[in-house]
Design a protein around this ligand. Structure first.
Ligand code: UDP
Length: 234
């Protein structure tokens, strides 16, 4: 599939048009950012790892009945996807307390939650991705009630599949962020599922195996990405 013009360049991915107007080429970069782009760097090999990781996750989810935009891996760090219109809402699923949740409510990282938490953030770095309710989403027209229900239901279903999947590999799926897109009226899981947008902790040692190593200057970033990929490939 031939690369055509650039459609969109994000912080960690570039989207190109392809020779088929219904499909796009998504290129994963080694670039990493944190704090809504305030901190920048590169993680060597991340583009390739994230591409393979996303392929494994999306293929598995498809088999379990979650429709995704993923079509094929077409290069070491490139995938062919359905062209979708991204719904500007980040859906965050949380199984344990971490990150902004810990800060916001004064809770210890790693603390238990009595039930799975679902949060919705507006996808807008300039506003620092503010949390929004289903009422904000409808009132501002970011998604309809039906779409809100569909993406929320799909996110919880993804968690029901991924949490035990990682658990079997000795990893706690602490939290993760999903994005959805529309192909006509059909809603597809879009974007990526990678250690950039998931918190993955080793079950035994609680070692962080995700982008928090970069965000928090913990070192061993490349090694953590390699380890987590090796675990999902096993
Ligand atoms: N996340 C993301 N992109 C964002 C914000 C969050 O991928 O713009 C992911 C993050 O990697 C984590 C989860 O969503 O797995 C929850 O993040 P949180 O709200 O705790 O924000 P953070 O502490 O990363 O600022």
């Amino acid at each position: 599939m031939e690369r055509k013009g650039l459609i969109y360049e994000g912080k960690s991915k570039v989207v190109y048009a392809s020779s088929d107007p219904q499909k796009v080429i998504v290129h994963f970069k080694d670039d990493a950012t944190a704090g809504d782009g305030a901190k920048r760097g590169t993680i060597k090999g991340k583009g390739e790892i994230n591409c393979i990781f996303t392929k494994l996750m999306f293929r598995m989810l498809e088999k379990k009945g979650i429709p995704t935009h993923f079509l094929d891996q077409i290069g070491p760090d490139e995938m062919l996807c359905w062209k979708v219109k991204i719904i500007p809402i980040e859906v965050i699923v949380r199984n344990w307390v971490a990150g902004s949740l810990a800060k916001r409510y004064g809770k210890e990282e790693g603390g238990k939650l009595r039930s799975t938490l679902l949060e919705h953030n507006l996808k807008d770095d300039s506003l620092h991705d503010p949390m929004v309710s289903e009422y904000h989403i409808q009132a501002f027209g970011w998604a309809s009630k039906k779409e809100y229900d569909a993406i929320s239901r799909m996110a919880l279903q993804v968690n029901r599949i991924l949490k035990p999947y990682f658990d079997r590999r000795g990893i706690m799926l602490v939290d993760f962020k999903l994005e959805f897109g529309k192909k006509g009226s059909q809603i597809l899981l879009a974007d990526e599922i990678t250690p950039d947008g998931c918190r993955l902790w080793d079950k035994a040692t609680k070692k962080k195996l995700d982008k928090d190593r970069f965000r928090r200057d913990l070192g061993g970033v490349e090694e953590a990405y390699q380890e987590v990929l090796a675990r999902v490939q096993s």
